[in-house]
Design a protein around this ligand. Structure first.
Ligand SMILES: *[C@@H]1O[C@H](CO)[C@@H](O)[C@H](O)[C@H]1NC(C)=O
Ligand SMILES: *[C@@H]1O[C@H](CO)[C@@H](O)[C@H](O)[C@H]1NC(C)=O
Length: 334
């Protein structure tokens, strides 16, 4: 490398360090039979200036490829493993050994998420014990990675207006164990936040611009706070519910948000492009929500690819990219 190239390279690195402070990640699902190889996928993520990736279970091939990628990784567990993780410390220890310790330090783990959208449900009451057992195993190895779970909006009994939000009765037993654990350890709660589904359900009552995050949306007032996008309002509803069970200090990380580009009337490429780009620009402002103005947002776009082995309809059409790596619509991360 000659000196000029080196200087350019140094500037490019500085820039990417800057970009690295960004708080946009992407969900990398593998429920497709036509998806690119993991090394192509990781190159694609990096070339889009995304520095965080969530995977839903510890795919060894993907974890191998993530080594030295510098991407921060949110690692999920199979929901079917929760019971054994919760009830068998030695299973939890070997899960941690095989899927986390084996990859440290060349894989940077941001969070370990025990269970995806299992509260309320048959696995809900295993989540807290699974978190505890996985944390024990990490601590025994002197590894400090936040341990948490991913909740869907179904965890809330009420969510509107945000100040009136609370966890549902069928979720409160699980959440009243999980939230103090998160609070005590200063771990975040991961939440999947989809204004699109609320809007699809009530397209005539909800302002399209409010759901899409367009800056010209009219404001919704809630006590002393006001919202001009549903994304912020939904996050704040989660904060209110957390406060009600002693989680005043628990940060909400948006583990999924997105908009399908097909599969329903309002699932258009244009709406998907508008929402996803608005949400990215929203997060990149570094500003928190009305309720937590000092807490910058962190959000993972759902999803990287259209996945043809998911249920038909909108579920298959959340991708930023088609499996051949052509964009479904342009996304601007910078
Ligand atoms: C608050 O939530 C409760 C219970 O879900 C509901 O009955 C009530 O109407 C809500 N309040 C407002 C102002 O919407
Ligand atoms: C708000 O802005 C969006 C995007 O620029 C535009 O498509 C939409 O029509 C506007 N809404 C209103 C009510 O003017």
């Amino acid at each position: 490398m000659n000196r000029l190239v080196l200087i350019f390279y140094a500037i490019a690195c500085l820039k990417s360090v800057d970009v690295g402070a960004q708080v946009i990640g992407v969900n990398y699902g593998l429920l497709g039979n036509n998806l690119p190889l993991a090394d192509q996928v990781i190159a694609l993520i990096k070339s889009n200036k995304i520095n965080k990736v969530r995977i839903f279970q510890p795919y060894q091939g993907v974890l191998q490829t993530l080594k030295d990628s510098n991407l921060e990784v949110v690692l999920g567990t199979l929901n079917e493993d929760l019971q054994q993780l919760a009830t068998d410390q030695s299973f939890a220890a070997s899960w941690v050994k095989d899927n986390v310790l084996a990859y440290i330090p060349s894989v940077k783990f941001r969070y370990i998420a025990l269970g995806n959208e299992v509260i309320p449900g048959q696995y809900a009451n295993f989540v807290y014990d699974a978190m505890q057992n996985v944390q024990n195993a990490l601590k025994a190895a002197n590894v400090n990675v936040p341990v948490t779970t991913v909740v869907s909006y179904a965890v809330l009994g009420s969510s509107y207006p945000p100040s009136n939000a609370s966890f549902g009765q069928d979720s409160s037993a699980a959440m009243s164990k999980i939230v103090p654990f998160l609070q005590q350890n200063q771990y975040p709660l991961l939440a999947n936040v989809y204004p699109c589904f609320a809007y699809f359900g009530e397209p005539t009552t909800i302002d399209a611009d409010y759901a899409l995050g367009n800056p010209n949306a009219s404001f919704v007032y809630d006590g002393t706070l006001s919202y001009n996008n549903m994304f912020d309002a939904m996050i704040d509803a989660m904060y209110v519910a957390l406060e009600k069970v002693g989680g005043n200090g628990v940060k909400v990380v948006v583990s999924e948000t997105g908009w399908p580009s097909a599969g329903a009337d309002l699932a258009t490429t244009n709406n998907a492009k508008t929402y996803v780009n608005n949400v990215i620009q929203r997060v990149l402002t570094g500003k928190g929500t009305p309720k937590r103005p000092e807490t910058p947002l962190e959000a993972y776009i759902f999803a990287l690819f259209n996945e043809n082995q998911k249920p038909a309809g909108t579920e298959q059409n959340f991708g930023l990219f088609y499996p051949d790596i052509t964009p479904v619509y342009p996304v601007n991360i910078v």
